[in-house]
Design a protein around this ligand. Structure first.
Ligand SMILES: Cc1cc2nc3c(=O)[nH]c(=O)nc-3n(C[C@H](O)[C@H](O)[C@H](O)COP(=O)(O)OP(=O)(O)OC[C@H]3O[C@@H](n4cnc5c(N)ncnc54)[C@H](O)[C@@H]3O)c2cc1C
Ligand code: FES
Length: 508
């Protein structure tokens, strides 16, 4: 007999619901043991999986926009008709059920065979597409090319030792010990062969000849392309101080880095994290989850103030202090001698492991050498094409014309990189899609997720709604009265609505 506590919530949708029971936009119910969400869009009623295929976010708490539903956690969007994940970070479709209207009731019938994804436009099929990079943008592009029914050859060249992984997890649950390593790959290893994607790992591209349309690999081999996507990401800044090259001092970018830090943290008594921004503080939270004493050394007076402002900065600091983190702000490490790290202020801290999270630099060398236009990032147009026709760029390296700010911007966000990879893929097939997504990122500290939509390099006012200390707030960053970005804690619906409003404002 089914355990009552684990039986799914809401009405049994296979038995039908009366219109009076379904007056809102969504209704959570179940069919058998599966949670199913009824969603209304205009006159249409759809039945879909109640959970997001990214991290299982509750779609009942999302919002319906057009014929899509957006996930409250990291803003993925699914097509209500087909279940297709039309906006990253979700990449896999969700199930859709057949809906029947009979005797003035709405019945959810059998699960449908997964409908084919939408092919957005004509597929002008270049013979071979080469992707340099096996990260967020590179993977999302390769996956989207196949979704768009591209039948030509895809070669993906990655300097990484492993197939694309969920990089954000490397500083969060995986580092904290609450996510096993088999959660990390974006797809199982056999996906690439099945999808006919020639993924070549441990492969460095050293130059590009845009005249003969070839990339040159470290061993001298060349690979010809018809279209090229550069998605080389960013590399961590290394500290130019004595002792930074010791084995217990680590940056955090790759799976190998995260594994090494876990190895060092195992049995460690104390860690120093250099850098009080996103990666550093996420690493600090994860190391605290492993019961390691953590000292954070950062040049800034308030953590994350540059991006999130003083109020959120103070909150983040006290949140970490409540969890036992000790801050040394306005300070830096000038030398590391064995386990002893010397601070500029004169003190000495001893640590078994040192994590360096002092920012990243976009990997522009290939683009610069190839003569592409570069301006603090690879310059791309609204279609993510570089100054050389047929060569595209996406992710952490790309500086694109953002229609929301009217400025050329470059950001280092997972979701933006994936969405740019997807748009670049469609454009490499000739679909001429403007990249107009509102930038989004999230960051996780203990049980507190911070979501951010928009882009604000400077602002003249921050309007706080709710309580930051109470972990229930929405901050609006305004410039001359216009909201240019919104940060929130546990205000997911409002965050989605802000994103939707920014999209509509740019479109009008
Ligand atoms: C630990 C960590 C946590 C993060 N957490 C978040 C988060 O919570 N939210 C968020 O929004 N963002 C987060 N980010 C940022 C996010 O991961 C990046 O913005 C995103 O990965 C950028 O994607 P990309 O494809 O541009 O680059 P990457 O994912 O870095 O991929 C670059 C790829 O290019 C390859 N490459 C580079 N040069 C060459 C070459 N010459 N030849 C061959 N291959 C090459 C690399 O090996 C790699 O495979 C995090 C980053 C890190 C490191
Ligand atoms: S859980 Fe839905 S987007 Fe991440």
């Amino acid at each position: 007999m089914a355990d009552q506590q684990t039986s799914p919530a809401g009405p049994d949708l296979s038995k039908g619901v009366a219109p009076a029971e379904f007056t809102g936009t969504t209704l959570l119910g179940h069919v058998g043991d599966e949670e199913v969400l009824l969603a209304r869009s205009g006159a249409g009623i759809f039945a879909i999986d109640a959970h997001c295929s990214h991290y299982h976010g509750p779609l009942a708490e999302g919002i319906v926009t057009g014929e899509g539903i957006r996930c409250p956690w990291h803003h993925a969007c699914f097509d209500l008709r087909t279940g297709e994940a039309v906006r990253a970070p979700a990449l896999a479709p969700i199930a859709v059920w057949k809906v029947e209207h009979r005797d003035d009731r709405i019945f959810v019938r059998e699960k449908q065979a997964q409908p084919k994804p939408n092919v957005k436009g004509a597929v002008d099929a270049p013979g071979r597409i080469v992707i340099v990079g096996g990260g967020a943008a590179g993977f999302a592009a390769a996956e989207m090319l196949r979704r768009q029914d591209y039948r030509g050859s895809i070669v993906m060249l990655s300097q990484d030792a492993v197939a694309p992984v969920d990089r954000p997890n490397l500083s969060k649950d995986y580092l904290a010990g609450s996510a096993p390593e088999d959660w990390l790959p974006l797809r199982p290893d056999d996906f690439y062969a099945k999808a006919n994607i020639d993924l070549r790992l441990n492969t460095e591209v050293t130059s590009i000849d845009t005249k003969t349309r070839r990339v040159v690999l470290a061993g001298g081999e060349t690979v010809a392309y018809d279209r090229l996507l550069l998605a080389t990401g960013a590399e961590p800044v290394r500290l130019p101080i004595p002792g930074a090259d010791q084995p217990h001092v680590h940056v955090l970018r790759s799976l190998a880095d995260s594994r090494a830090i876990i190895g060092l943290a195992d049995g460690a008594r104390r860690a120093i994290v250099i850098g009080a921004s996103f990666i550093g503080l996420e690493a600090a939270a994860s190391l605290r989850a492993r019961d390691v004493e953590v000292h954070v050394v950062g040049l800034e007076q308030r953590p994350m103030e540059r991006v999130l402002g003083p109020q959120m900065g103070d909150f983040v600091r006290s949140l970490h202090e409540e969890h036992g983190v000790i801050f040394h702000l306005g300070d830096t490490v000038t030398a590391i001698e064995g386990k002893r790290a010397t601070l500029k202020s004169g003190g000495v801290l001893e640590a078994d492991v040192v994590v360096v999270g002092v920012g990243v630099r976009p990997r522009l060398a290939l683009a610069e050498k190839a003569g592409l236009a570069v301006d603090r990032g690879v310059t791309v147009n609204a279609y993510l094409e570089t100054s050389v026709p047929g060569v595209y760029a996406a992710g952490d390296i790309a500086r694109w014309p953002d229609p929301h700010t009217g400025e050329n911007i470059r950001v280092e966000h997972w979701v933006v990189a994936e969405r740019q990879g997807q748009t670049a893929a469609r454009n490499m097939l000739g679909q001429r899609e403007v990249f107009d997504a509102v930038p989004f990122f999230w960051s996780q500290h203990y049980d507190v997720p911070i979501n951010y939509v928009g882009h604000a390099e400077k602002w003249d006012e921050i309007a706080v709604d709710g309580s930051i200390a109470g972990k229930d707030c929405l901050l609006r960053y305004k410039n001359r009265g216009r909201v240019i970005a919104v940060a929130s804690i546990y205000r997911d619906t409002a965050s989605l609505e802000a994103e939707w409003a920014m999209e509509k404002a740019a479109a009008s």
